[in-house]
Design a protein around this ligand. Sequence first.
Ligand SMILES: [Zn+2]
Ligand SMILES: [Zn+2]
Length: 259
Amino acid sequence: MMSEEKEFSAGYRWLKCDLHTHTPASCDTPEMKGVSESEWLCAYMKQQIDLVAITDHNTGRWIDPLKQAYSTLKHDKIPSFRPLILIPGVEITTADGIHILALFDPSVTTSFVENFLTNIGSPADARGDSSCTAAVGALALISRIITSGGVAIPAHIDRRRGKGLLHLESELLFPIVESSSIRVVESLTDGHGWPTGRRSWGVIAGSDSHTLSSEDPYSRFPGCIYTMLYTKPGSLKNLVQACAHPDRTRRVIPDHYLE
Ligand SMILES: [Zn+2]
Ligand SMILES: [Zn+2]
């Protein structure tokens, strides 16, 4: 029998991806208090998610424990187990006040992300807090993420409540729009009213989950919003290529989440 890894690496296929999530390591997830790493993983498996990015606010604290818990679940062959690709990441608050997702290679660890945060001047005593602000603005941060081997995905760029790229003042926004450093953004909208100078950004959407419970249909729970990507699993490069390709990307956003 083929292992899950071999099955996954056999070629390109559609993957159900949640590229924006939170764990109890984020300070604004009180409903997840006491949730274990395996409960968190099982919630995504239950929603048939194939790939999940771990993107807590300004911390990578749960990356290593989730990898460890995944190995244990797989080893123990629990009935509800299904393969789940974990993408280490972090949602960073920039000096100019917006949120940018940084996704890294699957081999990246908690200490790599924490060191990266230290290098961009994110205060060590406020990790996990969405108001923990890096010392660098969006443009500089995006290039630092790329230099570190990651991909920068500006989060919820046009959400009404702000913290998105398109809420930046024009003198800060324009150089970013004009640069080729952004290939993918996160949005729930159809791009109407976005800057005309923008390059052809790929658009993805994630759950931005802050709870595991799906009882309230308006809450953000695992896989409530997701992106189907036609990709060959295994590398971040393949993932980004799929995100940036409209024919290989399909956002699934239930109507009641549309603003
Ligand atoms: Zn955010
Ligand atoms: Zn978020």
